[in-house]
Design a protein around this ligand. Structure first.
Ligand code: BDR
Ligand code: CA
Length: 314
């Protein structure tokens, strides 16, 4: 088996942290590096949090890069109200010791795509798309070399979570999102339509605690923390575990359903800026540019997470 080479572009975030852990726990995946972006919390904290997660998994060898500290064309919007002041509230973990790489995240993305054979590196953005769009703008030659972009962002039936019309990752940097969706790169999009069906539960948190490992305890603590916000907001029993769906799709695409459709990013709307205008019913005649997921076998997803996270015994 040749492991699939990926770069995770991220703004950890508890759900980002679980996505990183899922990748590190999976031999089918070779994580070439983690590129951090400003999003859930400002850049210094996302860089800190990514390193905490690597050390928790016993993988201080994973290169972590600092990227863009603000969106392409607007001020940064953050989400401490969901993720806490550190972005990773809910588990008591030591400050990281491992270094931050000297190179900028955007340079790492460009250099890696130019170095590796074309079509062999997959990008997994699970935060605002600033780093990816900046890399594409600076080095358009990398676009045809990207195997696929598998991103968490947007929504159609679920519409929005940060505004009535927009999902957080797209809303924070709509210009970047528009550039990525127009880049002609194969795209898999994990929207809220999927992640709102992937809800944590008391049973799953219990399963995490029962692993009896630092990873299990941290994941349970994180999810318990951010659940409080979503349970209150949605009146649900648990919270959407968004970002690991991207990695789960790479590992087990049969757990998901979706459609090849056209998706455009609304940049102008008075009330709808950052909306993913997804032509689910294929009525626009616009060319297809994304595999937009719509369904998930939530039981299978959480079973996969449990089985994989159990392997992380640093
Ligand atoms: C997305 O926004 C962030 O808060 C989460 O980490 C996820 O990437 C969900 O809208
Ligand atoms: Ca995220």
């Amino acid at each position: 088996m040749t492991a699939r080479k990926i770069i995770i572009d991220t703004d950890p975030g508890q759900d980002d942290a679980v996505a990183i852990l899922l990748a590190l726990a999976s031999p089918e995946i070779a994580l070439l590096g983690i590129t951090c972006v400003a999003g859930n919390v400002p850049l210094p904290l996302t860089v800190r949090n990514a390193r905490i997660v690597c050390e928790l998994a016993g993988r201080p060898d994973i290169p972590v890069f600092a990227g863009c500290d603000r969106p392409v064309a607007q001020p940064l919007v953050t989400a401490e109200h969901v993720h806490g002041n550190t972005g990773l509230d809910g588990a008591d973990l030591p400050e990281p010791m491992m270094p931050v790489q000297a190179a900028h995240a955007v340079d790492f993305i460009i250099d890696t795509l130019r170095r590796e054979p074309p079509g062999t590196v997959t990008l997994c953005p699970i935060g605002p798309l600033t780093n990816i769009a900046t890399a594409l703008a600076r080095a358009p030659d990398i676009a045809p070399r990207i195997a696929r972009i598998v991103l968490m962002g947007g929504a159609y039936f679920e519409v929005g979570n940060i505004t009535p019309a927009a999902e957080f990752n797209i809303f924070v940097d709509p210009e970047a999102a528009a550039a990525v969706f127009a880049a002609g790169v194969p795209l898999t999009v994990v929207p809220l339509d999927v992640t709102h069906k992937a809800l944590t539960s008391a049973a799953w948190l219990g399963a995490m605690r029962s692993l009896g490992t630092p990873v299990g305890r941290a994941v349970a603590g994180w999810c318990n923390f951010f659940e409080r916000f979503d349970k209150e907001k949605y009146g649900s029993q648990g919270a959407p575990l968004h970002d690991p769906c991207t990695i789960a799709w790479l590992l087990a695409p049969h757990l998901f359903t979706g459609r090849e459709i056209n998706v455009e990013i609304e940049l102008q709307g008075t009330f709808t800026r950052g909306m993913t205008v997804a032509d689910w019913w294929r009525v626009s005649g616009r060319p297809r540019n994304a595999f937009f997921l719509g369904g998930v076998d939530a039981q299978g997803y959480f079973a996969l997470l449990t089985e994989r996270l159990a392997r992380l015994v640093p």
